[in-house]
Design a protein around this ligand. Structure first.
Ligand code: SF4
Length: 211
C-alpha cells in the first residue's frame, strides 16, 4: 500500500471510531483553555483538571487571576509539576492580557506565543481547539505515534509537526492532534504498545508480532 493510501486508511479508521475527538483538559473559555494547556506541560490532564477545578472557580479570567496573586495560585496548583514557574507565568500572562488586550485572550499565533509560558505547542493546541487554525501540537505521545506509524522520521517536535501537517489531508488535520494523542495515551503506549487492541495494527510498520 502506498503511503498516501495508508495514511487515508489510518485516519478513516480513527474517524469511524471517534468522529469528534475532544481534549481531556477541562476549560470553559479561551482564557481557561490557554491556562489549562500551559499548566499541562509535564503533567497529566487528570492532574491538571483536579487543580484547575479549584483555580478556575476562584480565577476564571485574567483580572481575577491577577487578583488571586502568586501565593493564591500556587496554593491551588501545587499538586502540578513546575507549579512555581507556572504560577509566575499565569500572573505575567494575565497582566499582559489586561494591559494590552483589554482582558481578552488574543487569538493569533504571534500574540499567543508572545505570552509568558505559551510556546508553539500551547498556541497550536489553543488555535486548533478553538477552530481558528488547524494545527498539530507535537507532544511526547504524538511524537512517538508519528514515528511508530512512520508518518515522520524527524528528530524534533517542530520537524515532526511539519511532516504531519504536510502528510495529513486537511479534512482530518484539526482532529489528527487529538486522535494521535489519545491513541498514544491509551493504546500505543510508550513502554508496551497494546498492538493486539490497536485498530490500525495492520497499517502499522511497528506492530508487534502478537498481532
Ligand atoms: S500496532 Fe502497535 S505500535 Fe503500531 S500504532 Fe498500534 S499500538 Fe502502536
Amino acid at each position: 500500500m502506498r503511503k498516501k493510501e495508508r495514511i487515508a486508511a489510518i485516519f478513516t479508521r480513527f474517524e469511524v471510531e471517534t468522529a469528534h475527538p475532544k481534549t481531556e483538559l477541562r476549560y470553559f473559555s479561551p482564557f481557561t483553555l490557554v491556562a489549562a494547556v500551559a499548566l499541562s506541560a509535564q503533567a497529566t490532564d487528570v492532574g491538571v483538571n483536579k487543580a484547575t477545578e479549584k483555580l478556575f472557580a476562584d480565577a476564571p479570567d485574567a483580572e481575577s487571576m491577577v487578583a488571586l496573586g502568586l501565593e493564591g495560585i500556587m496554593e491551588r496548583i501545587k499538586t502540578i509539576g513546575l507549579y512555581r514557574n507556572k504560577a509566575k507565568n499565569l500572573i505575567a500572562m494575565s497582566q499582559i492580557i489586561i494591559d494590552q488586550y483589554k482582558g481578552e485572550l488574543p487569538l493569533t499565533r504571534e500574540a499567543l506565543q508572545s505570552l509568558p509560558g505559551v510556546g508553539r505547542k500551547t498556541a497550536s493546541v489553543v488555535l486548533n481547539e478553538l477552530g481558528i487554525e488547524p494545527a498539530i501540537a507535537v507532544d511526547t505521545h504524538v511524537f512517538r505515534v508519528a514515528h511508530r506509524l512512520d508518518l515522520s522520521r524527524a528528530k524534533t517536535p517542530d520537524a515532526v509537526e511539519l511532516d504531519l501537517t504536510a502528510a495529513i489531508p486537511m479534512a482530518w488535520l484539526s482532529r489528527a492532534h487529538h486522535w494521535l494523542i489519545l491513541h498514544g495515551r491509551y493504546v500505543c503506549q510508550a513502554r508496551k504498545p497494546r498492538c493486539a487492541a490497536c485498530l490500525i495494527a495492520d497499517l502499522c510498520p511497528s506492530r508487534q508480532s502478537e498481532v
